[in-house]
Design a protein around this ligand. Structure first.
Ligand SMILES: *Cc1c(COP(=O)(O)O)cnc(C)c1O
Length: 496
């Protein structure tokens, strides 16, 4: 399998695509074709454990990697999860929740970020690249901690995470600044997420900084969701959940199912689309957004307009106006013509706006349908769902459930088996979830956790309960203007 940039560059090998992260022409790497998966394959996968299913699916794309090695990587990555990495919980006869938050940081990003370090290290060996890796991450919360957990103590790698000092939740900050590991650096920025993100982009683009890093033996790498190495492990749980439903006789062989996915950067649901392209029987991919509803508008009208007010919501990991991974979908929409993607991306960067032909969108991507949920609706869904099923939804997953209700209300398609992709444990957002179910305020995170537990009896995961006893190990904060120098100083200090 080879990989092309959505803007035309390539082809490159899977190993090269993972090391590069983003293609040299600014595009995203996409596979040259979609490997096929048959009903027979699905039947065979039913006999395997999750990590083995992961190795199999990944091997179809990463053909330049060794299969046995992929198995070993997947085993190590998913051994870090508390039990099954992707269990399905039945809600009613046709609705299932796919819990993707049993990993070290309690969010679905663990599925890919526990795997990516192995892929990256092995890719370097494969290509004879002797440089060490500097993973540089700007985070608004979840990605930072998941990347820290994935890359901590990985040999030949340093990881620096930059977070806006006052722009992440208490729990998210505590999770990050208590991370242990000899190669881990967490730095607060006196600015917002955009400042951190811009600084990181500037460092990636700076020839001078890259040369200075190279002189110290380091090469920059991206753990961001544009890296194909993050996409491929996410394809697995779409296939795996179908296999589980088939094995349990809930779906017949070949029967179509729906997935509803809380979406921000569009990486999660794009993996579902790739699974469908491989032959997985998917009827509808329901794109769920919060009040930042740029994707809903796109799938409803073909208009992508990032020129709009930005809202901070209780599902912060979906507070996003430019969904990077949508570029990979536009590539398919434009029948894999890089010029089509280039022209749209030029419009986006010039004016924050582009449109695609509406009829084309419905003809070529009929599986996509978008709905969004207001803050009030999300809170109401958390409340009602707990009342009705005794199940506590995190705000991101609640946005998905809300979208599902709207979809059923509009299409009356209530008989298709549907998987709700659940992306975080509710205790990651204790204040919002407590407010929604108990109709009471608790600003303090620790207290909200206790109160939520008393109210709901939902189990507090060890990664949360252990947090209050953890020592703060990272207290560095810097001005935005000093970020570049700080990065060089950190790597410089590793020289002696
Ligand atoms: C990152 C994240 C999302 C959004 O996923 P995308 O791949 O960016 O669409 C949704 N929920 C949670 C909890 C997340 O951390």
């Amino acid at each position: 399998m080879e990989f092309f940039s959505t803007r035309g560059a390539g082809p490159v090998s899977g190993a090269q695509a993972i090391i590069d992260g983003i293609a040299k022409d600014g595009g995203l790497y996409v596979p040259s074709s979609f490997p096929k998966i048959t009903t027979e394959d699905l039947r065979d996968l039913a006999q395997l454990e999750y990590y083995e299913r992961a190795a199999y699916v990944m091997s179809l794309y990463l053909t330049d990697f060794d299969y046995e090695q992929l198995r070993e990587f997947a085993k190590k990555a998913y051994d870090r999860f508390d039990g099954d990495p992707a269990p399905l919980v039945k809600v009613d006869d046709d609705t299932f929740i796919l819990e993707l938050w049993h990993g070290p940081t309690l969010a679905f990003k663990d599925i890919a970020l526990t795997m990516l370090p192995y892929l990256m290290t092995s890719a370097k060996t494969r290509l004879g690249d002797k440089s060490k890796t500097l993973v540089l991450v700007a985070t608004s919360g979840d990605t930072g901690k998941a990347a820290l957990e994935g890359f901590k103590d990985v040999e030949g790698t340093e990881i620096i995470v930059l977070y806006p000092e006052d722009g992440v939740s208490d729990m998210q900050k505590k999770q990050m600044i208590t991370t242990e590991g000899g190669n881990v650096h967490v730095v607060g920025i006196k600015g917002n997420f955009d400042d951190a993100q811009r600084a990181v982009k500037k460092i990636f683009a700076s020839k001078e900084t890259n040369e200075k890093l190279a002189a110290m033996g380091y090469e920059l790498s991206s753990a961001n969701s544009i890296n194909f190495g993050r996409l491929v492990p996410q394809i697995v749980y779409y296939i795996s959940s179908y296999v589980d439903l088939m094995a349990a006789d809930i779906v017949d062989e070949g029967q179509e199912i729906n997935f509803v996915v809380p979406s921000g950067n569009f990486g999660n649901i794009l993996a579902g689309y790739y699974a469908k392209k491989m032959g997985l029987p998917i009827k509808q991919l329901i794109v769920a957004s919060n009040k930042n509803n740029v994707l809903t508008e796109f799938f409803t009208s073909g208009v992508y307009d990032a020129n709009r007010e930005f809202f901070k919501t209780m599902s912060p990991s979906m507070d996003i106006l430019v969904s990077s991974n949508l570029e990979r979908l536009l590539y398919e929409l434009g029948s894999r013509n890089p010029d089509y993607v280039k022209s749209l991306m030029a419009k986006l960067s010039d004016g924050g706006y582009y449109t695609v032909d509406e009829d084309d969108l419905y003809d070529k991507l009929p599986e996509f349908i978008g709905y969004f949920s207001t803050e009030e609706e999300t809170a109401e869904v958390i409340d009602n769902f707990f009342d009705e099923y005794g199940y506590l939804l995190d705000p991101h997953t609640a946005v998905a459930v809300s979208a599902l209700f709207k979809y059923i209300g509009e299409t009356l398609d209530s008989d298709t088996p549907t998987v709700v992709v659940s992306t975080a444990n509710p205790y990651k957002f204790p204040q919002s979830v407590y407010r929604s179910v108990a109709h009471a305020e608790e600003e303090d995170a620790e207290k909200a956790i206790k109160k939520l537990n008393a109210f709901s009896a939902a189990e507090i995961p060890a990664a949360i309960s252990g947090l209050k006893d953890k020592k703060i190990l990272h207290d560095k904060t810097v001005e935005v203007a000093d970020i570049e120098q700080t990065v060089l100083d950190i790597i410089g200090s590793k020289q002696c």
